[in-house]
Design a protein around this ligand. Structure first.
Ligand SMILES: Nc1nc2c(c(=O)[nH]1)N[C@H]1C(S)=C(S)[C@@H](COP(=O)(O)O)O[C@H]1N2
Ligand SMILES: [Mo]
Length: 250
């Protein structure tokens, strides 16, 4: 029996279970072009991307001073993105050096749970010196130390159907990235900066570094990570609602 190419491809896709059926929930911000990453589940990415292009890494001598911008103190109710539901809690946790803080990991994972700073520091650490590029036109080079997001999610048992990861913070900003960036080796949950603990203004106790995209994707003050199999950028807390592009690749 002969099958045309289309049928064969359709059969392969169906058989492999790599792609999700519906395409109604894709990020709306590419115009007509969809980024391949949006279509692929965790299962597909794991197979497809053994080699990834890395963002440039620098030497210690290249480190510059980095200003803290956006929210610098989630506990301050005068901050533009102050979140009354979480800001005061951040202030209490900060006062005790984040000993009672834990990152919640929920959604499409087999073992939802909480990771204390100590628990995150027990994972194999990655240190990288990279350039942060803000959409407002400045950039700065810093050293970041943390745990690859991939390692934490695999520890939590990320489900094969997972397609996006959403970051919830202690201020009124949320954001999400697709599996392409979730599994990128330089996408780390950073607790260290320039050889010291992550300073408050730069997102203590934990921020994500998304080195493949503009600085505003690197959410500071992480509280909760939600693994999803559908697109969710945080709605009214997300970038699209505030007029930014969801995808900001560099
Ligand atoms: N939670 C949270 N994350 C955030 C922001 C913010 O205001 N709140 N600002 C973003 C922007 S626009 C930039 S440029 C960087 C700034 O990081 P820095 O303060 O370490 O320079 O954080 C990003 N992450
Ligand atoms: Mo920014």
């Amino acid at each position: 029996m002969e099958m045309n190419r289309r049928t064969v491809l359709a059969g392969m896709v169906a058989g492999s279970g790599l792609l999700l059926g519906g395409c109604s929930e894709n990020p709306p911000t590419y115009g007509n072009v969809l980024r391949m990453g949006d279509w692929f589940t965790y299962n597909a990415q794991r197979v497809l991307i053994p080699r990834r292009a890395l963002a440039r890494e620098y030497g210690r001598g290249d480190i510059t001073s980095t200003v803290a911008v956006g929210t610098v103190n989630p506990g301050n109710d005068h901050e533009p993105a102050f979140n009354p539901a979480a800001g005061p809690l951040w202030a209490r946790l900060a006062a005790n050096d984040f000993r009672e803080w834990a990152l919640e990991v929920v959604g499409a994972v087999a073992r939802p749970g909480r990771f204390s700073l100590d628990a995150l520091m027990r994972f194999k650490a990655r240190t990288q010196i990279t350039r942060h590029t803000c959409e407002e036109g400045w950039s700065a080079i810093s050293e970041w130390t943390g745990v690859p997001l991939r390692a934490v999610l695999e520890h939590a048992g990320i489900k094969p159907s997972a397609r996006f990861v959403k970051f919830e913070t202690f201020d009124a900003q949320q954001d999400s990235i697709d599996m392409f960036d979730v599994l990128h080796p330089q996408t780390i949950l950073a607790y260290g900066m320039n050889g010291a603990r992550l300073p408050h203004g730069h997102g203590a106790p934990l921020r994500v570094r998304v080195e493949t995209q503009l600085g505003y994707k690197s959410m500071k003050f992480l509280r909760r990570i939600v693994v999803t199999d559908h697109f969710d950028d945080g709605g009214k807390f997300g970038n699209i609602a505030s007029g930014y592009s969801w995808f900001a690749g560099i």
